[in-house]
Ligand binder design. Sequence first.
Ligand code: SF4
Ligand code: SF4
Length: 309
Amino acid sequence: MNKEKKIEKILIVRFGAIGDVVHSTALFRSLKKYNKTFKLFYLTFKTPSFLLQNDPDLDKVLVTEGKSYKILLKLAQDLKKESFDLCINLQPSIKTKIFALIIGAKYNLTYKKTFKLHAVENFWRTAVQFFNDLSLDEELKLYIPDEIKDTFEEAVVKRTPAEWALRWVWNHPEVSVVLSGMSTMEDVKENIRISSDAQSNSLSKKELIVIDHAKKVFNDKLEIGCTGCGYCLPCPQGVDIPENFAKYNDYHLFGTPETKERFKFGYEMGLLNGERASACTECGECEERCTQEIQIMKELKKVKKLYET
Ligand code: SF4
Ligand code: SF4
């Protein structure tokens, strides 16, 4: 049977860690090159999702707040409506196997790790079980917001965002070891080159200004200055205030009018009806507790307008 003909919608599951999520980008890029019409969904944890939200090869990025049975069961039931053709489960555990079964995709693939091989190749080989002539796109590429990329490109010293990030970590005297994922010999050479002169306090004032500027661009794009501390909770109505704000910020950081539906979908998947902005009755209890003095009721109206109208 030629299974490939029947595949349109694919869900990739990998909750973390960040390095593994980065390594899995080679898999979804290979799939998109293999067949441009594939609709690719990616389910992950919140932090790695920041690396994927802007990715043109993904159709939707879904975020799970945890991997407890309760959370995964609810999520799987919601995702069942999506009628996936294939679920590629790169998170091997009993829980995620059950999760994948509940989703009810026509086909399921589970990650089979071989310790001798790098994660990039292991992920790709998992998909090759199904798409036997799938070529591996080995280049690991991430799409960060253009304005932040421009900040680094305009700096006198030319470095990739990854090199800036590594050097920033090394610059801290309290850091003695930096672990960085590598998948090719070029990555190894690059990391050796960077580490040979990236010592603590090695960044100049000008270089720190470049990083501060990138940070400012990032923060300016954050519409609501919520730190996610959760002090405003519990809301008597059950509104998940920090999550509403996080989803709103995600759109302003990484979204465009063309990708709005993708973010709206993430909002609907990530929050129950009673947790969404529209459930706020404006009692005002939360505002007294907010550590950042955010006008929560006013901001929740913006979230509602973006995602619920
Ligand atoms: S103002 Fe709204 S979000 Fe805040 S506690 Fe009251 S109902 Fe909850
Ligand atoms: S207390 Fe304020 S900053 Fe903290 S999670 Fe709630 S809204 Fe965000």
